[in-house]
Design a protein around this ligand. Structure first.
Ligand code: ARG
Length: 459
């Protein structure tokens, strides 16, 4: 194939260079956005009378046909075409002859690729947003289903205090809501069409950039052509959001991997989403969750890769920027695949209510309630904490739990203990009454569920 720049060169491009510099093997997935962008551009060139009606219509028709060739798998993505932009243009030339060359009037691959990647990323942001919302819905349903189930909660992976299981589940719904709002935020910043920036300086052609932007669903146009062709902030920002999403998914996975162990046995993962061991028949491995945790690393890697690719680049476009695509695709694909599998897993995940309830009572988990009890009677909290510490040590020494203590035993540590202490260390009371806003109390959870149902329009 003759290169578009061949006029200046006396020799054909070396094969090694072709294969080193090509991006078609991965940017072919931008074909839809590339064609959509080209059609909008040509429609505008026609409206501005830069191309004749006939020329523009011929090009538009050809582009439509190429799209269906690609969709039917009839299109050959050859390395020598270098990238998706040139491959489509070359095919157009085969179909309609030299008129095809007019498509690139008042456009450069620099603003073209900036456009394509924005269009692609915008679509994917919406997809990820919706997947996050599906996962939120599953968790809200589970929170409601397990609204009476109490679970131990941890700090330092030590039993800290009991909570309602729903409280735990809704914590993730909060994280995903913040993730969603970050996505909306970054979407707004990337929602400007760079087309018309051309190579870097804009053009003398009388373009109607706003028309193209509107046709492609952008909220406006970029306002500095040098910035527009060298900016990849939107992709870096997205990768940082995707990294945070993966971090959240990874923490959830880690908890469920622990909860799925024989030692915890808090959760029952669906059989068809787990794998077994070829040698140890008793095993039910949470491989999917482990892989979500593991794949988090690749998304962080892509973020760091793109930051590094961009950091030393002089303005404006540099070929280094072609390296953005695989990182963007990797981040997006990993998050989408992870969310797509987590939704059905959690739809079918059950929790072991009996075990959670039993474990919630063990391990002096209500010691804080005793300290609070004393503090409410006017004992300074630090003193109350110390007294309670002594009670726990006494229990440990005598192999007793807090519930086993008689009022007489309590009084030995502090004479003002009263009969109501036995009530204060009832687990249902301790958990159910923490109704401060954001607490684990029964009313608080009910309010949280109500708030989420309203926010996500689930009623
Ligand atoms: N394949 C290139 C990329 O992804 C397209 C832009 C090429 N521009 C250029 N001036 N060589 O960045």
């Amino acid at each position: 194939m003759k290169k578009p720049w061949s006029g200046r060169f006396s020799k054909k491009t070396n094969k090694l260079v072709e294969s080193f510099t090509e991006s078609i093997s991965f940017d072919k997935r931008l074909y839809e956005d590339d064609i959509e962008g080209s059609i909008a551009h040509v429609t505008m060139l026609k409206k501005q009378k830069i191309l004749t009606e006939k020329e523009a219509n011929l090009i538009i028709k050809g582009l439509g046909e190429i799209k269906s060739e690609i969709e039917k798998g009839e299109f050959e993505f050859k390395e020598e075409f270098e990238d998706i932009h040139m491959a489509i243009e070359a095919r157009l030339k085969e179909k309609i002859g030299d008129i095809a060359g007019k498509l690139h009037t008042a456009r450069s691959r620099n603003d073209q690729v900036a456009l394509d990647i924005r269009l692609y990323v915008k679509r994917k942001v919406i997809e990820i947003y919706n997947l996050l919302e599906s996962l939120q819905k599953v968790f809200i349903e589970k929170a409601e289903k397990y609204k009476d189930c109490i679970s131990p909660a941890y700090t330092h992976l030590q039993r800290a205090q009991p909570v309602f299981l729903g409280h735990y589940l809704l914590a993730f719904v909060e994280m995903w809501e913040r993730d969603k709002s970050r996505l909306i935020d970054c979407y707004k910043r990337m929602d400007y069409s760079p087309l018309g920036s051309c190579a870097l300086a804009g053009t003398t052609f009388p373009l109607d950039r706003e028309f193209v932007a509107k046709k492609l669903g952008f909220s406006g146009v970029t306002t500095n052509s040098m910035d527009a062709v060298s900016d990849r902030d939107f992709a870096i920002e997205l990768l940082s959001i995707l990294s945070i999403i993966m971090m959240h998914l990874s923490r959830l996975s880690e908890d469920m991997i622990l909860w799925n162990t024989y030692e915890f046995s808090f959760v029952i993962l669906p059989d068809d989403f787990c794998t077994g061991s070829s040698i140890m028949p008793q095993k039910k491995n949470p491989d999917v969750l482990e892989l979500v945790r593991g794949k988090t690393g690749r998304v962080y890697g892509s973020l760091i890769a793109l930051l590094t690719i961009m950091k030393g680049l002089p303005l404006t476009y540099n070929r280094d920027m072609q390296e953005d695509k695989e990182q963007i695709f990797n981040g997006i694909d990993t998050v989408i695949k992870s969310l797509e599998i987590l939704v059905p897993i959690f739809e079918r995940t059950e929790f072991n209510v009996k075990k959670l309830m039993d474990e919630s009572k063990k391990g002096f988990i209500l010691a804080t309630e005793i300290a609070d009890y004393l503090a409410k009677k006017g004992v300074p909290f630090r003193t109350a904490h110390e007294i309670t510490g002594k009670i726990v040590a006494y229990c440990e020494k005598n192999n007793k739990d807090l519930y086993d203590l008689s009022l007489g035993e309590f009084k030995r540590f502090y004479p003002e203990f009263d009969r109501d202490i036995l009530d204060a260390i009832s687990i249902e009371k301790a958990v159910g009454a923490k109704n401060v806003v954001g607490g684990t109390g029964k009313k608080s959870i009910q309010n949280q569920i109500k708030m989420w149902k309203k926010r996500l329009k689930l009623e």
